[in-house]
Design a protein around this ligand. Structure first.
Ligand SMILES: Cc1cc2nc3c(=O)[nH]c(=O)nc-3n(C[C@H](O)[C@H](O)[C@H](O)COP(=O)(O)OP(=O)(O)OC[C@H]3O[C@@H](n4cnc5c(N)ncnc54)[C@H](O)[C@@H]3O)c2cc1C
Length: 411
């Protein structure tokens, strides 16, 4: 729109922002982020926030964090206090700088794909002597099993830009990340169709025709020169599309993890305290085995309100209410094991984010999957962006859209 192009944005939800969810305390009106929490401190984020009139600042201090193995209730050493971390961070940064700086832009992989990129990340960490770093990196990635995923995916999320922020402790945030998307909605105005469901997509090299049905309205037909799809390119999310065999073949290979975020309260939680779920024995990595709570974050809200993040295994569907029940069981076990009282944990909000961290197998990476995927850009007037094309990271997605995708699109 800023380039003078006429746009229509189709969103299936009643608001914009996707994984950025905010919980508002009913009594105080205070907001906390339940989904997206923090952004890189870089020019893409600063530029985007400035365009949307949102002010960003470094995150406030978190309060105390206890390390507990939620399967046993036993206190653990804090893996993020491991004295090996600074050296491991240095090694990780050196490897990215020396061998993979191109990954900052996207899945631009050399041919042949270097073997390290499709090694399980746990094996890569052992090979390069960076095991103490894995738990810390997983706090920034979550929603998967970091020691088993191909190393490529860890590099894509924890790229040079993000790892520099982790090393320096520099991030940007606001207590309500939805401020960005409410502002975008106000700027775009009637160009946004909310609660809008795509019923068919017909594409050719001359343009596209998209049928959309909004609740309580008749269908609309959008005729456009170009289509930019930023929702997940999984087959379930592309029903009604005129997919060609290459798209069907590639998209059918994707598989994601389950990832849920919630808001809970329990009068027994200690004041100003959060928890890391630290596995006492997971081959020395300390990351929890899925399904598991990753972290329980302190919030500034009254009544011992905490945010909680819960991951489930790749390719296994666990529905929203079962995941909530399993997470609440873990929290109640934590409260009981720590002697925090007998009150049951109350669920105030629960959001399903799966399929999350969508990826393909090591074999597919090796066989040039991403070169074939990126070759789809521009085919039949269709362009693609979003986490599956880059990483589960806002700044990386905005950077890919701005620097790689938009220059490909002729106004
Ligand atoms: C709990 C949680 C915490 C996170 N924390 C951070 C963080 O702190 N920092 C960070 O940078 N990243 C974080 N992430 C990663 C986050 O996923 C990305 O940063 C970013 O929000 C992903 O953007 P996206 O556009 O790919 O997907 P989404 O945010 O899911 O946005 C896609 C949008 O497209 C819509 N859509 C999809 N398909 C269709 C369709 N067929 N028709 C119409 N509309 C459709 C969806 O409704 C949604 O609004 C977090 C993710 C989660 C789940």
């Amino acid at each position: 729109m800023d380039k003078g192009v006429n746009v229509v944005l189709v969103e299936q939800q009643p608001d914009l922002g996707g994984h950025a969810d905010t919980y508002t305390d009913l009594t105080t009106g205070q907001d906390v982020n339940v989904g997206v929490q923090i952004f890189h401190d870089n020019s893409v984020v600063r530029g985007f926030a400035a365009r949307l009139g949102a002010s960003m600042a470094p995150p406030p201090p978190d309060g105390a964090t206890l390390s507990i193995d939620l399967t046993t209730g036993k206190a653990q050493l804090d893996p993020e206090a491991d004295p090996g971390i600074p050296a491991a961070l240095g090694t990780y940064i050196n490897i990215l700088n020396a061998s993979y700086p191109f990954l900052n832009k996207g899945f631009f992989l050399p041919d042949p794909v270097p073997e390290d990129l499709f090694l399980p990340f746990g094996d890569f960490a052992k090979k390069h002597d960076i095991v103490p770093l894995v738990f810390l990196l997983n706090r920034f990635t979550q929603g998967w099993d970091i020691i088993r995923v191909p190393t490529l995916y860890v590099f894509m999320i924890i790229n040079l830009d993000l790892v520099s922020d982790i090393a320096a402790g520099t991030f940007l945030t606001t207590n309500d990340t939805n401020v960005l998307y409410r502002s975008a909605l106000a700027i775009l105005g009637e160009r946004v169709l909310l609660n809008a469901h795509v019923t068919s997509v017909l594409r050719s090299n001359l343009g596209v025709r998209v049928h959309v049905k909004q609740e309580d309205t008749t269908s609309k037909v959008i005729k456009a020169k170009t289509l930019l799809m930023t929702g997940s390119p999984v087959l379930d999310n592309l029903q009604g599309w005129d997919l060609v065999p290459e798209e069907k073949t590639l998209f059918s290979k994707f598989s994601g993890f389950g990832y849920f975020a919630g808001v809970v309260s329990n009068p027994g939680f200690p004041d100003n305290t959060g928890f890391h779920n630290v596995a006492s024995n997971n081959s020395g990595f300390h990351t929890p085995k899925l399904p598991a709570v990753f972290v329980i974050n302190n919030t500034p809200l009254p009544d011992k309100v905490r945010t909680v993040y819960y991951g489930t295994p790749q390719g296994i569907h666990i529905d929203k209410s079962n995941a909530a029940r399993m997470a609440l069981d873990d929290l109640d076990r934590l409260v009981a094991s720590q002697g925090y009282g007998h009150a049951k944990t109350k669920l105030l909000d629960w959001v399903a984010h799966g399929p999350f961290n969508i990826q393909v197998s090591a074999e597919d990476i090796k066989n040039g999957f991403y070169a074939r995927l990126y070759a789809l850009q521009g085919q039949r007037s269709t362009f693609w962006s979003g986490s599956t094309w880059t990483a589960q990271d806002s700044a990386t997605i905005w950077g890919y859209t701005k620097n790689v995708v938009l220059p490909l699109i002729r106004p």
